[in-house]
Design a protein around this ligand. Structure first.
Ligand code: AMP
Length: 570
């Protein structure tokens, strides 16, 4: 499971893109093995100085696709000490969460350049931002509204900006930032490079691109449809979970699914190693496979997997390429693949030769768009499910136990054990004797350790309307065996809001939870049950935040539409 020093063998794919060794070393230390499709296309173009119009959703690796060339373009060979203090690059994003996330990523990618990055967003004390600005920043990652405030105050100067990124442009427009966006773009020097990323390129996005980008190159990651003959016949399932809950969620899903053999795909080597270690520690027989292993180590891992000694193979795409495995019962995407092609390729490893296969994807809330892309290329629905609760797991274990008992009863040969039952039957009811035996067997098979671990709460961000689980959202710890209170009925601090858009308009729980979390800055875990009817939806939210949420939702669009939002009258 130990990988050789991952910085020693540099990922070659990045060298071919024209990135310098120090940057490639940074990427290797992050465990990246090869560029994602959007990186392969965008990096060389942006390094050349071209404007780029990129169609890519979150989860495709687009942040690095623009950040890496951006850093090279704004710093080049200028040493840290010789740099004038001025904002050289501006990245505009729709939400404060994204501002923080992108800013962290740019900081990480820009380690070797010593880049100073500042997120600037509404809701944060302006004094703090001013102080940081005075200290000197190279890159600002901002929401359009707040940057306009700074421009008006004269607290940010943009005349040294040479590189501009509009990230998730469609969302910025959907959120009503059109005017602010124009104001910022107009305030920027004409002599600059611009990259615009958006999941859709329709209408207003195209018009912004036309006016503010110079002869842009358009790139899109495989929008084509897979050949129907190549489409895997598998049950496709997804769970939307926050990153920090993924390991626990995966454990529960694996317990429910009980795979005979599964490949779990991760994006990076680091993740493969960490996940393998965690899962092994929790009693799964798991082994790692990534580009950092020697051929000999690789062969050994593969042999054990093929022989069924190892149940779970935790792998990166690179390592799994050309893997000689017949068919596995489950393919798990611990991270969403960076392109639909990759998804089709990964899940094609299950459901072969007419056998039933299951493809499971753990996606972060912001990545739900990628799921839609996967549905489009596979022309099949991906069922979004709620992470199993402790109660579900117990029920599942009992079900398995029942099956085993059934088999044992059919198998006969119980004479030796009947004696015990007969002697107890003199004192107790036979049914009670059997129930006590089931209890013992259940406790023995449940694996106490896993039950404890499973007690950790996993807020499922996107429960499907028909099997939603209220208890999985309230953030409180549950204890196995103890009935949970239902938040909506037990707590008086929840208000239901009505949103005038429902299933008919394609509304999904993720849309609502995403909109509320992003727009009102509410922790997704604080959001209660989501009910989606044909023409409207109801969402339980904390009392104290209800006005803020209603206000925020009224100023935005959900699934591209302005919607009626109010307290639910019933
Ligand atoms: P993004 O679409 O930019 O939000 O990136 C999604 C995730 O992919 C982030 O967690 C990145 O750390 C990760 N990532 C980006 N590029 C690569 C790569 N070439 N290899 C592995 N992981 C990557």
């Amino acid at each position: 499971m130990t990988s050789p020093d991952s910085t020693t063998d540099l990922p070659e794919g990045f060298t071919a893109l024209g990135l310098r060794p120090a940057v490639i070393a940074t990427l290797a230390s992050l465990g990246y093995e090869e560029p994602t499709p959007i990186q392969r296309e965008a990096v060389p173009l942006l390094l050349e100085g071209r404007d780029v119009l990129g169609q890519a959703a979150t989860g495709t690796g687009k942040t690095a696709a623009f950040a890496l060339p951006m850093l090279e373009r704004i710093f080049g060979d200028v040493p840290e000490a010789g740099r004038a203090r001025a904002v050289r690059a501006l990245i505009l994003v729709p939400t404060r969460e994204l501002a923080m996330q992108v800013s962290e990523a740019v900081h990480r990618y820009g380690k070797s350049y010593g880049a100073r990055v500042l997120p600037v967003y509404g809701g944060q004390a302006i004094g703090m931002q001013l102080k940081a600005l005075r200290a000197g920043v190279d890159v600002i990652v901002a929401t359009p509204g707040r940057i306009v405030d700074h421009l008006r105050r004269g607290s940010i100067r943009l005349d040294s900006v040479r590189f501009v990124v509009l990230d998730e442009a469609d969302e910025m427009l959907d959120m009503g930032f059109a005017e602010d966006l124009e104001a910022v773009l107009d305030a920027l020097p004409a002599e600059r490079q611009t990259a615009l990323f958006s999941a859709t390129m329709a209408g207003r996005v195209a018009s912004i691109a036309e006016r503010h980008l110079r002869d842009p190159v358009r790139i899109a990651i495989d929008r084509h449809r897979a050949d129907p003959g190549q489409l895997p016949r598998v049950r496709q399932v997804a769970y939307i979970v926050q990153r920090r809950h993924k390991v626990v969620a995966l454990g529960r899903v694996l317990d429910m699914e009980n795979p005979t053999s599964a490949i779990v795909f991760c994006r990076t080597r680091t993740e493969v190693d960490e996940l393998t270690e965690t899962l092994s520690g929790r009693g799964y027989s798991a082994e790692a496979l990534h580009g950092g292993l020697s051929q000999e180590q690789r062969d050994r891992v593969m042999r054990r997997f093929r022989d069924g000694v190892t149940e779970l193979l935790i792998a990166t795409d690179v390592a799994a390429r050309g893997l000689d495995v017949e068919s596995v019962s489950h393919v798990v995407n611990f991270d969403v693949p960076s392109a639909p092609d990759g998804y089709v390729h990964r899940i094609g490893r299950t459901g072969r030769a007419g056998r039933e296969g299951v493809a499971i994807t753990l996606a972060e809330p912001r990545e739900h768009r990628q799921l839609r892309n996967f549905e489009r290329v596979t022309r099949q629905k991906i069922q979004v499910q709620t992470v199993p609760t402790i109660v579900d797991l117990r029920a599942r274990r009992l079900e398995v136990l029942r099956g085993s008992l059934h088999e044992t009863l059919l198998g006969g040969d119980l004479e030796q054990h009947r004696v015990v039952v007969e002697s107890l039957a003199e004192e107790f009811d036979v049914l009670d004797v059997a129930a006590a035996a089931v209890k013992l067997a259940h406790e023995a098979t449940a694996g106490g350790a896993r039950d404890d671990e499973a007690a950790e709460e996993v807020p499922s961000v996107s429960p499907p309307p028909d099997s939603r689980s209220r208890e999985s959202r309230d953030g409180r710890k549950s204890r196995p065996g103890r009935p949970r209170r239902d938040r909506a009925t037990a707590d008086a601090d929840v208000t239901r809001i009505y949103i005038g858009l429902g299933r008919k308009a394609g509304m999904r729980p993720a849309d609502l939870v995403g909109a509320i979390a992003n727009e009102a800055g509410i922790d997704a875990r604080a959001i209660g049950a989501v009910d989606i009817a044909d023409r409207f939806s109801l969402v339980e939210v904390p009392d104290e935040a209800v006005d803020e949420i209603i206000g925020a939702l009224r100023h935005t669009t959900i699934r591209g539409k302005r919607v009626v939002v109010r307290r639910d009258k019933n």
